[in-house]
Design a protein around this ligand. Sequence first.
Ligand code: SF4
Length: 136
Amino acid sequence: MDSDQLAENSLDCPSYIAKPGADLFGILSENGKVNYLPEKIRIDKTFVEESQKGRPAEERFRFSGKCIQHGCNQWENGKCGLIEKVIFLHQNPVSASLQNCAIRNSCRWYAQEKELACANCSGVFRNSETIFLQTL
Ligand code: SF4
């Protein structure tokens, strides 16, 4: 396996579920946009249990975790199909200033779509794969 393939296989999904071992990297503000944390925070069972009280944690926080590629129902034609849908839905152009994001170096969406992914990322508030990934 070459280094490109290794890097490809180590990318993280930026629309992950709240489960122990995932990384918290964003908090939804009242206007529905993501506030990106300066550092990602590894979450544990206690955080998951507390954060699920009230409404699903995925509606209030953004998490990342290992991209499972073919194991995910969003995987299409050798890449994540979800970010293309997100971009199509929001239609935000690339902005002059890129927001800070603690997971950019390993983000699957950024690896695929670069700044266009980031321009359309902050409106994502719910992991549409929640039910699927909870079964893993
Ligand atoms: S798309 Fe950009 S802003 Fe969103 S999680 Fe990935 S690197 Fe961060």
